[in-house]
Write a protein that binds this ligand. Structure first.
Ligand SMILES: [Zn+2]
Length: 287
């Protein structure tokens, strides 16, 4: 992807532990190490319905994101570059929403993005890296531990900068769902009819994939794509399909347990957004 090196975003909050990413920081969290990381990431990547997953505080205080704090320099050139890339994609995705959301009947309000390491307190409760990147509707923030991009490459077999961009655009897609009232309606329907909880979750996730595709369309229009970028996005959407994840974890493939949709569904909705560039084509609730 063609992007602006060194880009800084006013909406990125850097809550990484002292010394930057990777090690150190604040140890002693109850989750987030060893096998739990694997299980956690495999089962809940991009999950949007966070409340049942979070521990709601507990005894170990997690670091809280500062109200506003620009990126720190870590001395780690690769990680600094990663922060700039995330900042660029966040701003670009949100600029696109600012442009298109009025056609859906309301103005866009920008979300913020918190970069953290290991664990963080959020408006949705305490979370740790094992949960994967997520969006919290209560504080309208996207949370990500940059270590997830290593997981995406190594564990999910989805390398490339556009794979990472897809993840970010998907999470901002959840913010768009929140602003449009789609998330509130889905949540209400879930509590009215718990038997439809997973089905509604899948529809939410596939719509966020389609919204990510809508942004991908705009990058293509603006000639930001390099050869192979769309394939990276499609591959990443498929890599985090529930059937793929269940198979790679040695589990039986059980569609009734899915919360995000199959590899084929996810790639197909991403493609639909990308080919149309139109969020109105992302009605995953209609059919
Ligand atoms: Zn999601």
């Amino acid at each position: 992807m063609r992007w602006q090196e060194g880009h800084r975003s006013p909406d990125v909050i850097d809550a990484r532990g002292p010394g930057g990413g990777g090690g150190g920081g604040f140890g002693g969290m109850r989750l987030g190490i060893g096998g739990l990381v694997v299980v956690g990431i495999l089962s809940v990547v991009f999950r949007t319905n966070l409340f049942p997953l979070f521990s709601g505080g507990g005894t170990t205080p997690a670091r809280q994101a500062p109200a506003a704090q620009g990126p720190q320099r870590t001395g780690n050139a690769e990680e600094d570059r990663q922060v700039h890339f995330v900042s660029f994609v966040l701003d670009d995705v949100q600029a696109n929403w600012t442009r298109i959301m009025p056609s859906l009947g309301r103005p866009y309000e920008r979300a913020r993005l918190v970069i953290f390491t290991e664990a963080i307190r959020t408006g949705c409760g305490a979370a740790d890296s094992a949960i994967g990147p997520f969006y919290c509707p209560a504080d309208q923030r996207v949370y990500i531990d940059l270590g997830f991009f290593r997981e995406l490459r190594a564990r999910f077999g989805a390398p490339g900068d556009f794979a990472q961009a897809y993840v970010l655009a998907h999470e901002v897609g959840h913010h768009a769902q929140h602003l449009l009232g789609i998330e509130a309606r889905a949540r209400a329907a879930q509590s009215r009819d718990p038997a439809r909880e997973n089905d509604l979750s899948v529809r939410m996730e596939l719509q966020a994939d389609c919204f990510a595709g809508v942004w991908a369309h705009s990058t293509q229009q603006r000639n930001l794509l390099e050869a192979g970028d769309l394939e990276e996005g499609l591959a990443a959407a498929a890599a985090v399909g529930d059937d793929r994840i269940q198979r790679s974890a040695g589990q039986r493939v059980r569609p009734e347990s899915w919360t995000h949709g199959s590899a084929a569904q996810r790639a197909s909705w991403f493609r639909r957004g990308w080919t149309s560039g139109d969020p109105n084509q992302c009605d995953t609730f209609g059919g």
